[in-house]
Design a protein around this ligand. Structure first.
Ligand code: FMN
Length: 375
């Protein structure tokens, strides 16, 4: 009987499905709802020590629809981190852990480039009883203007320094969440892992502009007639997320064996999750999917993943984690392999055309058979 249970960095998840940081983990009510619906873990909305600097606008989401105008395939947001008081969060972390001790509760944190601020936020959240941390180095809008979020995640030297501050005080596992808005995601990943983080999460949203309204000629989402580039998520980003997850998993395999990877970006089904695990993910997160389908999707995700495992006779997630990684290579190697196979096929065809006894001579192929015997 296949099981979805998995232990990652010492944390016991009843299944690998974790709520990704964002609206689906934005207060204790929804966190408890997620655990009630069977999610293995919840990464709460990103918190900071002083939320008075966080001012959100509306509208702050814009959706991209498929040709049928019904299915949402892409989602842009210009939402900031949590605007709720840090002290309220600490109480809510305790409340969620008291009520759902088995649910893995992960605090997502972000701070300015100050050692004291990072140490304080880590120490106070871990005292509140969270199971692990995710460091948000990846929000692509709003916060980078204050040198936070993706501004840190795009600078491996700063990232390594900040992760070092965190690792000095953290007594529980720490995952660094990577931004896809870089050329080589391996560079910030290596910086985080070098500083001792137990794992990484990837990806956060991709910096984007959803579109321009052809009536008003204003870009969307429009706030007072203007917009600002936001973060793109949902189904449309899955191929990009898979590519980056693959690159990170290859790096972990080669240089940081034993470190963990939490994959996300467009996951909506158990089959999507299976692909992230085949490319090396230990856990998988869903954020926008929950905003589209609700918390109840946990049941379908678990069923879908188990169905895949049973069809392939995998009993545990470890049985197939990273199994598809060896099948990536360079384009030059693809050309070499294909040329070799074509040459082998031509040789085999030639061998097949050679008559082995006189009974094989055939009127239709007579000229080719004669030709094959003359080489
Ligand atoms: C509305 C919205 C708000 C988000 N807020 C946060 C956040 O506070 N912290 C964070 O690390 N990621 C945040 N994210 C990013 C998601 O956690 C996730 O990395 C990204 O959306 C890709 O996954 P998905 O396609 O499953 O949503 C947010 C995403 C959305 C759509």
């Amino acid at each position: 009987m296949a099981t979805l249970e998995t232990t990652v960095d010492g944390l016991k998840f009843k299944n690998p499905f974790v709520i990704g940081s964002g609206p689906p983990g934005t207060n204790v009510k929804v966190i408890k709802r997620a655990f009630k619906e069977g999610w293995g873990g919840v990464i709460a909305k990103t918190v900071s020590l002083d939320p008075s600097k966080v001012v959100n606008v509306g509208p702050r989401y814009a959706k991209l629809y498929a040709a049928d105008q019904k299915e949402v395939i892409g989602w842009e947001n210009i939402e900031l981190i949590s605007d709720r008081k840090f002290e309220t969060w600490l109480d809510e972390f305790k409340e969620a852990k008291d009520e759902y001790p088995e649910g893995m509760l992960i605090a997502s944190v972000m701070e300015e480039y100050r050692k004291d601020a990072w140490c304080e936020i880590i120490e106070r959240c871990q005292d509140a009883g969270v199971d692990a941390f995710e460091l948000n180095f990846s929000c692509p809008h709003g916060l980078p203007e204050r040198k936070m979020g993706a501004a840190m995640g795009q600078d491996p030297a700063i990232l390594e320094e900040v992760c070092g501050w965190v690792m000095d005080v953290a007594k529980i596992p720490v995952w660094a969440k990577m931004t896809p808005n870089v050329t080589h995601i391996e560079e910030p990943t290596a910086a985080a892992l070098k500083s001792g983080c137990q794992g990484v999460s990837a990806i956060n949203t991709i910096r984007s502009v959803m579109g321009v309204n052809l009536e008003t000629l204003r870009p969307e989402p429009t706030v007072e007639g203007y917009t600002t580039p936001g973060g793109y998520s949902s189904k449309a980003v899955k191929p990009i997320a898979l590519r980056m997850v693959m690159e990170i998993a290859q790096l972990i395999k080669k240089e940081f064996p034993g470190r963990s990877l939490s994959g996300l970006g467009g996951i909506e089904t158990g089959a999507d999750a299976a692909q992230f695990i085949l490319l090396g993910s230990n856990t998988v997160q869903v954020c926008t999917g929950v905003m589209k389908f609700g918390y109840g999707m946990a049941k379908d995700l678990c069923e879908g993943l188990l169905e895949f495992m049973e069809s392939k006779k995998f009993e545990t997630l470890d049985d197939f984690r990273g199994l598809s990684l060896p099948y990536f290579t360079t384009h030059a190697e693809l050309v070499r392999m294909q040329t070799e196979r074509k040459a082998e096929q031509a040789a085999a065809k030639e061998r097949a055309a050679m008559v082995k006894n006189d009974a094989e001579w055939d009127g239709d192929d007579f000229v080719q058979q004669s030709d094959a015997l003359s080489r």
